[in-house]
Design a protein around this ligand. Structure first.
Ligand code: PLP
Ligand code: ZN
Length: 401
């Protein structure tokens, strides 16, 4: 058996194929590339039983990941996060089986570590020495840390308003850190110039094909953790949409190798009222989104005014009879408190957005009471200390309550 069943890269827009053994970025047509595997061969060679003795991290699915030589794997132990039952919150929503895939437990405190682990490992395998990327914070932090572990030099450009902790993570990892007085789209333009001038590897969202593969493992894990059954609905806080594209890709691949059967879950892309280009496009039944001007939300990870892979996100939503829903920042805060009070979990604002959307969809009857619903909490609430305002009485020594 091979460590990986990687075959080639394929353009989902024009069908052009590329060799996976060399550095590839976008297709000549401008679309992101998707990784393809030898699924027919894998179907014959692989069985679920083989997973049983493997480590509880995302590399347990190495056959369906793009790294060919195990020696190139750069890992901090990411993956196999808990899929928690939320009975009290479920009762509050009127849903019998509500679950949280809790990504707050991955290294660097957000699910971005999955994309970074696989993206950096593959970059190492391809001989990349220097990379650059724009970020809203969490991706830059994860990529800087994994790059440090791989001995790759990283240049990271982030909005000056990005969560401060992510700035510290990038700086401490020894990456070249730049702040921009603007949005991630402005950071993207700076990186594009730097990449062109210096010949760096462009690790921007979807401009390299392997980040999706890392995020895809959330879908593989959800299926395995449910005993290879699929839930009815999966809700995901959507910025660039890589996680949603990845989960959809994972479930399709599992179907092709015969490990899951039946209907795919209805995928829900959740955004913030202040930045909802995918939701607007979905409401208009469009294939692509338009740039969302003056975007703003406290859920920084989903403040992406125009995603390169918007057509892939929308396709995943349409093809699974899913939906796209926007929620307000106030609804996120309220839901963040609900999670902590009812279930003891301090989730991130992006995750709270996805829960707020689940509440709305249950209220509207779009989610039925008997359905099995998985909500992605994409990061740790403790990475956003300013998302909660606290007022507590201050006692002087000797004073009592
Ligand atoms: C990046 C990020 C998202 C959005 O992820 P995409 O896959 O780019 O849509 C959601 N939540 C958090 C915490 C993030 O850091
Ligand atoms: Zn193409």
């Amino acid at each position: 058996m091979s460590y990986s069943y990687l075959s080639h890269l394929e353009c989902p827009q024009c069908g052009e194929q590329y060799e996976a053994g060399a550095v590839q970025q976008l297709c000549v047509c401008g679309s992101p590339l998707l990784v393809r595997y030898k699924l027919e061969e894998l179907k014959e060679a692989w069985s679920k039983a083989e997973l049983s003795g493997r480590k509880a991290d995302l590399w347990r699915y190495h056959e369906l990941l793009p790294v060919s030589d195990e020696g190139n794997v750069v890992t901090l132990g990411e993956g196999m996060t808990p899929l928690l039952e939320l009975p009290r919150l479920g009762a509050d929503y009127g849903i019998a089986r509500l679950m949280m895939k809790d990504e707050s437990l991955v290294p660097s405190g957000s699910f971005k570590a999955r994309g970074a682990a696989v993206g950096i490992s593959k970059a190492k395998e391809l001989g990349v020495a220097k990379l650059a990327m724009p970020t809203n914070g969490n991706a830059g932090a994860a990529w800087a840390l994994y790059a440090a572990r791989a001995g790759i030099e990283a240049t990271i450009v982030m909005p000056q308003d990005a969560p401060k902790i992510t700035r510290s993570e990038v700086a401490l990892a020894g990456a070249r850190l730049y702040l921009v007085n603007g949005l991630i789209s402005d950071a993207g333009k700076i990186v594009a110039r730097e990449v062109a001038d210096k010949g760096l590897y462009d690790a921007s969202t979807l401009k390299e094909p392997y980040r999706i593969e890392g995020k895809k493992t959330m879908g593989l894990e959800i299926a395995e953790q449910l005993g290879w059954e699929m839930p009815d609905v999966i809700l995901y806080p959507t910025g660039g949409g890589v996680g949603l594209i990845g989960i959809y890709k994972a479930l399709q691949e599992l179907k092709e190798i015969g490990w899951v059967q039946g209907r795919l879950p209805r995928l829900v892309a959740v955004q913030a009222d202040g930045c909802a280009p995918i939701v607007k496009a979905w409401e208009e039944k469009a294939e692509r989104s338009e740039f969302w001007p003056d975007s703003a939300t406290a859920a920084f990870g989903i403040n992406v005014p125009k995603a390169l892979g918007d057509f892939l996100v929308l396709k995943a939503v349409y093809e699974t009879d899913g939906a796209a829903v926007a929620v307000s920042d106030a609804e996120m805060s309220a839901e963040q408190a609900k999670l902590a009070r009812l279930e003891g979990s301090f989730i991130c604002p992006e995750g709270a957005a996805a829960f707020a959307a689940a509440r709305k969809l249950a209220e509207r009857g779009w989610i039925k009471p008997h359905e099995c619903v998985v909500v992605l909490n994409t990061g740790a609430g403790i990475k956003y200390p300013d998302s909660v305002q606290v007022e507590a009485p201050l006692l002087e020594p000797g004073e009592f309550i």
